[in-house]
Ligand binder design. Structure first.
Ligand code: GTP
Ligand code: MG
Length: 642
């Protein structure tokens, strides 16, 4: 996978004192032989991608002090990706000039927040029979942008191509983000990234990478199978060098981190970088935007749900982190799931999804929470799937974890919805029992609930939402309840507060002014809409008040051809209201069919029929059956006419 942060070409600039052999190095690389006489300055050379080890087109640029002004050299520094400062190993003054002149000069011509990698090149090694590398480390320590030092000879061609290869690598696989030369250790950010990678690849979550897991890791990162013999060698190197690096013949997190440290110390940065990039990291070891946020376009009228693949992946994650196998994620286990993410994406789980009595997430609750996030906050869903390793483990983008539903108007036209997740807005005046209804949906026993003080603001899209599953004609559907309080009778609703799959308008049967709120809301926002509406009265077990409104609720419902008010008794904790809401959302035409059917019925009959659940449903099915019969009859009729 190619990420935007990798440059598409590498521009190498050679600097240094006159006569150190810059031009000779370039010409020796290109012609593969040493020329005694070289021009003062080599023409800029472009090496095509396919002949470079890293498969990147590479430009090599020479400078010459007598042909170029300092200003022009400064411009070349600005354009370069990597700078090779050459000195001649037989002339100490050319080495001294590196620290006293060239390194500060390069810094002056680079932006302060980004330092270009530098390679120190000791040329003419054929002239001496000792190494000067040790004299260079002091300089390298003072200038962390120095990526490495290399000795070579343009004359014997020794290390010439290596020098250019290393320059290329310094750009494509820079050392500084991943390794601290001063401390001779991986950087903290690199360790964190590797620990996330280890956790993703530790498929069974036992804290060890066994042979199978290493094989998968190797194949996905490097596209090549791992020889068993090589694996054994790797393990024995780890075992010999780091205590606790191998346990039960498996690689531990410590061993894994050590292995990468070793790669880098041996100049194999590219191995670690290949791994890091595969897991979405950019040059500063942050996850790239494209890795986190899959480009998913949602057409108007469509919603987002988890695909089968997404559900499968998340089920595996749940099982992996449920270490005690009790079917729940306790707070520690939940923290572990998101240990490699910026934070736990959710709070207030107890009142959002079904949990056990301690508030621990069940698998059902876990899937509910993801479903809610997928519906309301797709960006975050995409990011958290990426953090958890979806792209790596499934070898594709998070797109495949998401299912985009068909447009709602198609559902309405086809009189059937293919969705699995429905949004219900629970609308009603303050303290009418909205929260109790939502809690009851999650199976939370009735308690006195403190009235909410905050206004209905929208800090978080999932605020005031809860979600659970419910059966609709034997099929499991998700129903999201979102509370929308009405403070004043004349409170306006915003379009996003109206738009939903089904609305549940709630009033308090024991408060005489309660119904007026929702009656007005109904007339203003829902009477003309396609959104099915269910009117629910709470506190039916208290002293029932006569509503101070022009129409009593039953009459109001009849007039607007709504189902009669449903009495919701919190203590009974019955699910039938939720089944009705979900069914109305799934079959939006149901209410319409019902209206048609009831037009010819007497009001009294309407109320009694609808009041008794079973016959209401039977009546509904009856309508559907009648419609099908109608179709069959027409077909037969047509057939006979032919
Ligand atoms: P300017 O363009 O003047 O900055 O010099 P330069 O750095 O381009 O050096 P150039 O390549 O012109 O080489 C200077 C002299 O060093 C030439 O006589 C080369 O033949 C010689 N030379 C270059 N590389 C080597 C080498 O590796 N070994 C030996 N023995 N001589 C070399
Ligand atoms: Mg030259």
């Amino acid at each position: 996978m190619v990420y935007e942060t990798i440059p598409r070409t590498v521009r190498i600039l050679l600097l240094g004192e006159p006569g150190v052999g810059k031009t000779s190095l370039i010409l020796s690389l290109v012609t593969e032989e040493f020329a005694e006489h070289v021009p003062p300055k080599a023409e800029e050379i472009t090496i095509p991608a396919d002949v470079t080890p890293e498969q990147v087109p590479t430009n090599i640029v020479d400078i010459n002090a007598s042909e170029q002004s300092l200003e022009q050299v400064g411009e070349e520094i600005e354009k370069a990706h990597v700078i090779c400062i050459v000195f001649s190993v037989d002339r100490q003054e050319t080495l001294n000039k590196i620290a006293s002149y060239w390194l500060p000069f390069v810094r002056d011509n680079c932006h302060s927040d980004f330092r270009k990698p530098i390679i120190l090149v000791g040329n003419k090694i054929d002239l001496i029979d000792y190494s000067v590398i040790d004299n260079i480390w002091d300089i390298a320590e003072e200038y962390p942008e120095v990526d490495r030092c290399i000795e070579c000879s343009a004359k014997t061609l020794m290390n010439v191509s290596e020098m250019f290869y290393n320059a290329q690598k310094a750009v494509l696989h820079p050392i500084h983000p991943i390794y601290s030369i001063e401390e001779q250790e991986l950087t903290e950010k690199c360790k964190r990234a590797l620990s996330r990678i280890f956790k993703i690849c530790d498929l069974d979550g036992d804290g060890l990478m066994d042979d199978y897991e290493i094989t998968i890791f190797q194949r996905k990162c490097f596209d090549t199978p791992l020889q068993l013999q090589v694996l054994d060698e790797v393990k024995s190197v780890i075992a010999q060098n780091i205590a606790g690096g191998i346990e039960n013949e498996c690689i531990t997190m410590k061993g894994f981190v050590f292995l990468h440290c070793l790669f880098i110390q041996r100049g194999r940065n590219e191995t670690t970088w290949t791994v890091l990039r595969k897991f979405g990291y950019d040059e500063s070891l942050d996850l790239t935007h494209t890795y986190l946020y899959a480009n998913i376009k949602i057409p108007v009228g469509c919603t987002t749900e988890l695909s089968y693949k997404g559900q499968q992946f998340l089920t595996q994650i749940f099982e992996k982190y449920d270490r005690d196998k009790d079917g729940m994620l306790n707070p520690t286990e939940l923290k572990n799931v998101f240990a490699c993410c910026p934070r736990i994406p959710w709070h207030n789980l107890r009142y959002t999804v079904p949990t056990n009595e301690k508030g621990y997430l069940t698998l059902q609750g876990w899937m509910c929470r993801w479903t809610l996030m997928t519906l309301l906050d797709l960006q975050n869903t995409s990011a958290y799937l990426a953090y958890l390793g979806y792209n790596f483990l499934e070898s594709e983008s998070q797109k495949s974890a998401i299912h985009i539903t068909r447009e709602k108007k198609v559902d309405i036209a086809k009189k059937q919805s293919s969705r699995n997740v429905y949004q219900c807005h629970v609308i009603g005046p303050r303290s009418c029992g909205k929260t109790s209804i939502c809690r009851s949906f999650l199976g939370i026993a009735h308690k006195k609930i403190k009235p909410q003080t905050q206004e209905r603001g929208d800090g978080n899209v999932t605020e005031n939402c809860c979600i659970n599953t419910i059966l609709v004609y034997g099929q499991e559907k998700y129903l999201v309840l979102k509370e929308i309080p009405i403070t004043r009778v004349s409170d306006p609703l915003q379009p996003h507060e109206v738009n939903c799959d089904v609305a549940c308008l709630v009033y308090d049967m024991s408060a005489s002014r309660s119904f007026e709120y929702i009656a007005r809301i109904y007339i203003k926002y829902f009477a003309e809409s396609h959104i099915p509406v269910l009117i629910v009265g709470t506190r039916g077990d208290a002293l029932i008040a006569r509503q101070e409104y022009i129409l009593q609720p039953e009459v109001f419902c009849a007039k607007y051809q709504l189902l009669p008010p449903q009495v919701f008794l919190i203590k009974e904790n019955k699910q039938d209201v939720f089944v009705k809401l979900a069914t109305m959302a799934a079959f939006p035409q149901f209410q319409a069919a019902w209206m048609l059917f009831s037009k010819h019925r007497h009001l009294k009959h309407f109320a009694s029929l609808a009041g008794e659940n079973s016959s209401w449903w039977k009546a509904g099915i009856g309508v559907a059956a009648a419609t099908i019969m109608g179709l069959v009859l027409i077909k037969i009729f047509n057939f006979q006419r032919r």
